[in-house]
Design a protein. Structure first.
Length: 280
């Protein structure tokens, strides 16, 4: 089976490529910069860009199935090109946000891609992960490394954050096995943890004292506004506020699809201890 992996150097895509190669399939990986891809031996790396569909013809030649990274601006064109090239099944990296407020920018971003693939005529599977465990690196990594502290609003906001390798495992199963066409998989970790509990886990795994400092919504807005546009800041604040009132969902999709339980946040943290050290 010939499989195209787009977004192959991303947090999930890299795991998808690894998983497919491990199972002995031919993997073609799409990347803007093949020379720096660093993908496993055996992966055929081709240059291309989902934002420029005209660059995809070579990548799509002879492809049976495709893992699609979400780029809404060109999704209809890309899905159409895939269909015309003979791609029979497209597995989309979507988001749990499509189950939430339609006014949410993340909902709109990912649902646009889903609709494009639905309308393409190819079989499809939507993989809808909740929050990535790896998000704690950009949210908290610097303050943990330099101050042993996490500052955030809504400390009691609880989500079942998910290991990126588990998202990929579900995608790999959907690409390789029959019976996943038309499925919409909500992928989460095994338990909902509050932000305070997540910091406790990081402290235990790293063997460091890491304090959590609660911010007001206003202070949280000010902190986030330094590196996010206002619409995204409000989306995240609303997301946290809702999760503080009602914890996010916990699904058993990883076990049902792959045959083993989802990895814990502690297991993810153990793999990334060095990222939280002062020299990380």
């Amino acid at each position: 089976m010939n499989i195209l992996v787009t977004g192959a150097t991303g947090k999930v895509g890299r795991h998808v490529a690894d998983g497919l190669v491990a199972k002995g399939h031919h993997v073609r990986a799409l990347t803007r910069t093949p020379s720096t891809a660093g993908l496993p031996k055996g992966v055929e790396v081709v240059q291309g860009d989902l934002e420029q569909p005209g660059t995809l013809s070579k990548a799509l030649e002879g492809i049976d199935r495709m893992y699609l990274f979400p780029v809404p601006e060109t999704a209809h064109v890309v899905a159409g090109l895939a269909r015309d090239a003979g791609v029979r099944h497209i597995v989309v990296l979507s988001s749990s946000s499509v189950l939430e407020d339609p006014g949410n920018p993340s909902h709109q971003h990912h649902r646009t891609v889903e609709r494009a693939v639905e309308e393409s005529g190819a079989d499809w599977t939507f993989v809808r992960p909740d929050e990535f465990a790896g998000n704690v690196l950009w949210k908290w990594g610097e303050s943990i490394r330099t101050e042993n502290a996490v500052r955030a609003p809504y400390g009691k906001a609880a989500r079942a954050i998910v290991h990126e390798a588990d998202i990929a495992a579900v995608a790999v199963a959907a690409l390789l096995e029959d019976g996943h066409a038309g499925a919409r998989y909500l992928v989460t970790g095994p338990e909902a943890l509050t932000q305070i509990e997540q910091v406790r886990v990081l402290a235990e795994v790293t063997g460091r004292e890491i304090r959590f400092e609660e911010l007001s919504r206003e202070a949280g807005r000010a902190a986030m506004s330094g590196f996010m546009p206002p619409v995204v800041v409000e989306m995240l604040l609303d997301y946290l506020a809702a999760s503080a009132t009602a914890p996010g969902p916990v699904s058993d999709v990883v076990r049902k699809v792959t045959g083993r339980g989802a990895r814990t946040f502690a297991s993810w943290a153990a793999e990334h201890v060095d990222n939280f050290s002062s020299s990380g």
